[in-house]
Design a protein around this ligand. Structure first.
Ligand code: NAD
Ligand code: DAU
Length: 339
């Protein structure tokens, strides 16, 4: 099979490319990535020389470019990870989120329609369901939970999901969607909670916790997410949505304290800062459907995954130090200086 993986130089896409290239030597993996601030060729270094891997730099929202790529490659499968992915950035500047996440998805779908495709898979997020109250631990997101978004990021992802379902129904594009909870693991960009806290703790810098740190996220080790997507693409029926998550709910404060404990650092580093506007309280996935239909279960428990992740950041300092020493400093200053 020829598989185009968009956004493969980012966190989850990069982990997915590694898994595909190594698991399926008979498949051809073509990574299409614009290399925005979040894309990093160092993430792809371990697969660059593999005969079944190819990298192409480009924008999923660039219609002539995408059509030409489809003509050249004639892909059997497209898996769309490419996105602007950070909620805080979407609050600062929503425009690029509409361009990449909505228009870009539309261009990919049009290319599938024009050239034909065996499977289009959209990597979506549990954030399309909005949030759950903290005092109702009995509630979970199922695939039937209505879309109800909070941030420009989640609104753009929900819009893309609606486009995918419309193209499935109207044009019979053989599409699927997965909606996963928060990922963590290697190659996670240090603007996100867990890698940010690891990097700051290692540098003895304050750990900025939004509000009271009581918001709950449902953490999944990135490799478990990648395996779930692989199963969906190869085994599921078309036109289906699958939630992905492993019942690993933690408050932000619990996560931050775990990172500090693992690194032997003091909790005095925790600094409470102004809350994120519109901050979602709790995410929690019900993964019953993917378990029943495809047999998927997460393999990594949070307590093991967080240890492995911290060890990766200790062993790969140059990967994240290169990021935080560059343009990222301006971002950090802007986001956190007066918070
Ligand atoms: P990321 O920000 O780490 O990576 C995004 C990648 O997409 C980067 O390599 C970037 O260069 C590329 N990209 C951005 N705009 C592009 C464009 N116009 N054309 C081509 N490439 C472009 O994101 P991530 O955390 O790896 O998330 C990947 C996908 O998974 C996203 O669609 C996101 O919504 C979804 N998701 C993320 C999480 C999470 O916890 N990180 C959870 C559920 C779903
Ligand atoms: O649920 C899936 C989503 O998870 C994905 O769709 C998004 O792409 C991904 O970025 C992530 O979104 P979150 O907003 O949940 O992740 P983030 O790491 O930005 O924040 C996690 C929690 O930590 C959230 O409640 C906000 C809080 N936080 C975050 C940062 C960056 C802090 O308290 N301090 C911080 O400095």
């Amino acid at each position: 099979m020829k598989i185009i993986v968009t956004g493969g130089a980012g966190f989850i896409g990069g982990n997915f490319v590694h898994l595909m290239v190594n698991t399926y030597p008979e498949d051809q993996i073509i990574c299409l990535d614009k290399l925005t601030y979040a894309g990093n060729m160092e993430t792809l270094q371990p697969v660059m020389d593999k005969p079944n891997f190819q990298f192409v730099k480009g924008d999923i929202a660039d219609r002539p470019f995408v059509y030409q790529l489809f003509e050249d490659v004639k892909p059997d499968v497209v898996i769309n990870f490419a996105a602007e992915s950070h909620v805080d950035r979407s609050i600062e500047d929503p425009g690029i989120f509409l361009q990449t996440n909505v228009i870009g998805t539309g261009v990919l779908l049009d290319a599938c329609r024009k050239y034909g495709i065996q499977r289009y898979h959209q990597v979506s997020t549990d954030e399309v369901y909005g949030d759950l109250p903290l005092d109702r631990p009995d509630l979970f997101f199922t695939e039937e939970t209505p879309l109800h978004t909070s941030s420009p990021y989640s609104a753009s992802k929900a819009s893309a999901d609606l486009l995918v379902m419309a193209y499935y129904r109207t044009f019979k594009i053989p599409a699927t969607i997965s909606r996963c909870s928060n990922n963590y693991g290697p190659y996670h960009f240090p603007e996100k909670l867990i890698p940010l806290m690891i990097a700051n703790a290692l540098n003895d810098k304050p750990l900025p916790v939004y509000g009271k740190g009581e918001n709950v996220r449902d953490w999944l080790y990135v490799e478990d997410h990648c395996k779930a997507i692989d199963l969906i693409v190869r085994k599921s029926r078309v036109g289906e949505v699958y939630n992905i998550g492993g019942h690993n709910e933690r408050t932000n404060l619990e996560v931050v304290k775990t990172v500090l404990r693992e690194l032997g650092k003091s909790e005095d580093l925790i600094t409470y800062v102004t809350d994120r506007p519109g901050h979602d309280m709790r995410y929690a996935i019900d993964p019953t459907k993917i378990h029943r239909e495809l047999g998927w279960l997460p393999e990594t428990k949070f307590d093991d995954g967080i240890k492995k992740t911290i060890q990766w950041y200790l062993d790969n300092k140059s990967w994240w130090e290169n990021i935080i020493s560059g343009e990222y400093q301006n971002y950090y200053e802007k986001m956190y200086a007066n918070r």
